[in-house]
Design a protein around this ligand. Structure first.
Ligand code: PFF
Length: 519
């Protein structure tokens, strides 16, 4: 008899959880920066093309594969690939979907803790005491332990990190229904409410400085949304747009596989996947696109907004946004809401990233949830330490390159090929459409089978050609930081080796092919 796996208590619960995984810092920080830096409205053309041909098809692939795996007692890529391909060695291709989420977690958790800390500092009024560009930069540098000063330093950062860590672990420890589902049912409406409130506040700014009438909200929206069509001829813009779609939907990393594995055998996946994706797009394009950049534009002008986006994601949210709020009545309050929004968005993503590791230990190595959560928590806690103490050495970018970019694209290709080609196109099509509230138009069969894999392949080749070399050679990295980046690479390889060993162990425990293989 198969051991009883957990499941979601309602359909709304799983849709909100997948949407919660998708809506995160990527929507409110990464997206506006990418739009601004890549031709404004023109960026949206490759963005929507990638959403239609990559993001949503991959979303359906993961939902269907996850539901299929769950029905066979497997909630993570190694077990699912073993089942769908009926080839034991195929499970090793699942390493990217075990190691990837873990790598993202190491930095995402730490940044998540900054948002909680900054919400606290904002509500308490400390943050906006010296609301100048230099003052805010110094506040962040002192907080990160890069320089010393009077404001809260690394010890505060560490305390907030521990609090955040405990919150995340408590949610996943309570399980799918009692933890993740319950939390998302409160967090998602709260998040939309907070973001809508902030968007309305920003859109009602009008022309804050009457002596500069050109710096108005109208012009700000034009600045973002008017298309610079020249940008369309740049391969980089297409790559960036596809990268954003992968990251924001959280596809290609195995997280949705795991969430979907807790659905029931005949639950709908088509409409659910579509609703989760649409919720993410609403939060990204409408809400995410209408807070940071228009606010930066009306206070700092077009050149200033671009400079802010070029200064990096951290600058944008942790330096510029407080400065903007400081110019408004009740600034500390709005600033606190901004960081609270980021925190809620980050928690719902972090718990989704934790679940594949936990599911692997429970499903494949038969550990109890409590044990699995403790093991993953302990290893993650240890792995976050170097990041906290070597933050200024470029380690976050290096981990993000492997875990948050490269592995996503590789695993997306693996899963779509395994499903549409090895499992078989028609079988996969039936699997997706089983129990569906709306039947997928047949054109998506062609997209899933041919367009999506070829699109990913082209991305992979052109992207490796443009970016892999310089990254591997560490071009532009200061000499003294290289050793730290090598440390990250050794760490990534070590994780891959450990994942391989665990998968080999899983394979030894799998029933022989032929038994238990009904589809
Ligand atoms: N989609 C999240 C964001 O936009 O911030 C990040 C993320 C979550 C990436 C889950 C990958 C993932 F599996």
């Amino acid at each position: 008899m198969k051991p009883q796996r957990e499941n979601w208590s309602t359909k709304l619960g799983v849709v909100l959880a997948v949407a919660g995984s998708a809506v995160g810092l990527g929507n409110f920080l990464r997206f506006p920066a990418k739009v601004t830096l890549n031709g404004g409205g023109a960026f949206m053309i490759p963005y929507f093309v990638a959403l239609l041909l990559l993001g949503i098809p991959l979303m359906w692939t993961e939902w269907a594969l996850g539901r299929f795996g769950g029905a066979h007692g497997h909630g993570t890529a190694p077990g699912i690939l073993h089942k769908v391909t009926r080839r034991p060695y195929a499970s090793f291709f699942g390493i990217f979907a075990l190691v990837g989420p873990f790598l993202i977690l190491t930095y995402y958790t730490y940044i998540e803790s900054w948002t909680l800390a900054y919400a606290w500092f904002a509500f308490s009024g400390q943050l906006l005491e010296d609301a100048t560009q230099d003052g805010m930069k110094k506040f962040l540098a002192v907080y990160q332990g890069i320089t010393s000063g009077e404001s809260p330093g690394l010890s505060s950062a560490y305390i907030f990190f521990v609090i955040t860590f405990i919150i995340n672990m408590t949610i996943v420890h309570r399980g799918i229904q009692g933890g993740i589902e319950k939390f998302n049912k409160i967090a998602m409406p709260l998040l939309v409410l907070l973001a809508t409130f902030l968007m309305i506040r920003v859109l009602s700014l009008g022309t804050p400085d009457p002596s500069q009438p050109e710096l108005s909200i109208n012009n700000a929206l034009g600045f973002i949304w008017n298309a610079d069509l020249n940008a369309l001829s740049s391969a980089k813009v297409w790559l960036e747009a596809a990268g954003q779609v992968f990251f924001t939907l959280g596809v290609g990393i195995g997280v949705i596989l795991t969430y979907a594995s807790y659905t029931k055998k005949d639950d709908d996946v088509v409409l659910s996947g579509l609703v989760a994706s649409s919720t993410n797009e609403f939060c990204e394009v409408i809400l995410g696109g209408s807070i940071v950049i228009p606010a930066a534009f009306v206070f700092f002008g077009a050149a200033g907004a671009v400079a802010i986006a070029e200064g990096g994601l951290f600058n944008m949210s942790f330096v510029s946004m407080p400065l903007i709020f400081a110019k408004l009545p009740f600034g500390s309050f709005f600033c606190g809401l901004w960081f609270l929004l980021l925190f809620v968005a980050a928690v719902t993503s972090v718990v989704s990233l934790l679940q594949p590791g936990i599911a692997f230990l429970c499903d494949e190595l038969k550990l109890s949830r409590g044990k699995a959560v403790s093991i993953i928590g302990l290893i993650l806690f240890i792995c976050c330490q170097p990041l906290i103490f070597f933050i200024g050495r470029g380690v976050i970018d290096e981990i993000d390159f492997w875990g948050g970019t490269f592995f996503l694209v590789i695993f997306a290709l693996i899963e779509v090929v395994a499903f549409m080609w090895v499992f078989g196109g028609e079988r996969a099509w039936n699997e997706i459409n089983r129990g569906a509230y709306i039947k997928l138009p047949r054109v998506f069969y062609v997209i899933l089978k041919y367009v999506t894999p070829v699109y990913i392949l082209i991305l992979l080749v052109s992207w490796s050609w443009q970016q892999l070399g310089p990254v591997l050679r560490m071009e532009g990295v200061p000499e003294e930081n290289k050793i730290y980046l090598w440390g990250v690479r050794v760490f990534v390889v070590a994780l891959l080796v450990v994942a391989c060993a665990l998968i080999a162990r899983m394979n030894r425990r799998m029933p022989p092919l032929g038994e238990d293989y009904e589809t």
